[in-house]
Design a protein around this ligand. Structure first.
Ligand code: SF4
Length: 187
């Protein structure tokens, strides 16, 4: 198992992650109150994306789901931006974070069939989420939710993963995670 974790960490780095680590799920602090940050809707996805609150599910259900996994492959991407008003730079960084996450997924899928992918922000599998036009989710099994929607305390997650939550002036840091079950495909 340890070998698989080391391989996944190496893969995450080679896919563009700044740092990556496999941690025990029990080390993560969950807080249902963090859902309030989603409700404040700074990202604009609240009520406009099936993988975001309120559609993604009740905090207690999502926390229980996350806790049903054994390990978390945590990774962070760190990107230089012009300044804290560089919205375009942040959007580009978020796009690249997703690409990194999707590349890491290919390595995760070699070893696991039942994993859960979480990334920064709302699901971007479709160019426009079907919620906006009132249609059903097009890929309910593949929709990607955020760590925040699952009520994870991201600064604490960074600390237990040996990472900085913020990585210096004029940079943007995004976190992603793959929740891994106890048994791999051939385990
Ligand atoms: S898969 Fe498409 S429809 Fe479903 S949550 Fe993601 S973006 Fe929305």
């Amino acid at each position: 198992m340890q070998k698989i974790y080391e391989e996944l960490v190496e893969k995450a780095i080679s896919c563009g992650a700044y740092k990556a680590q496999v941690i025990d799920i029990e080390k993560i602090r969950f807080d249902e109150g963090l859902r309030k940050a989603c409700e404040a809707n700074y990202c604009g996805n609240y009520g406009r994306n099936y993988a975001c609150p309120p559609y993604v599910g009740e905090p207690s259900q999502l926390i229980a789901r996350a806790k049903s996994y054994d390990k978390g492959l945590v990774f962070q991407t760190v990107t230089a931006i012009e300044d804290s008003y560089d919205i375009e730079g942040m959007e580009e960084a978020a796009k690249n974070h997703r690409k990194t996450s999707d590349q890491i997924e290919k390595a995760v899928a070699v070893h696991y069939s039942e994993y859960l992918q979480l990334a920064a922000g709302g699901c971007t599998r479709c160019a426009q989420c079907a919620q906006i036009t009132g249609e059903p989710c097009r890929m309910p099994d593949k929709a990607i939710s955020s760590l925040e929607a699952y009520c994870m305390d991201c600064p604490q997650l960074a600390a237990v993963s040996g990472m900085n939550y913020i990585n210096g002036q004029n940079t943007v840091t995004y976190f992603g995670m793959f929740l891994l079950p106890q048994t791999e495909i051939d385990g």
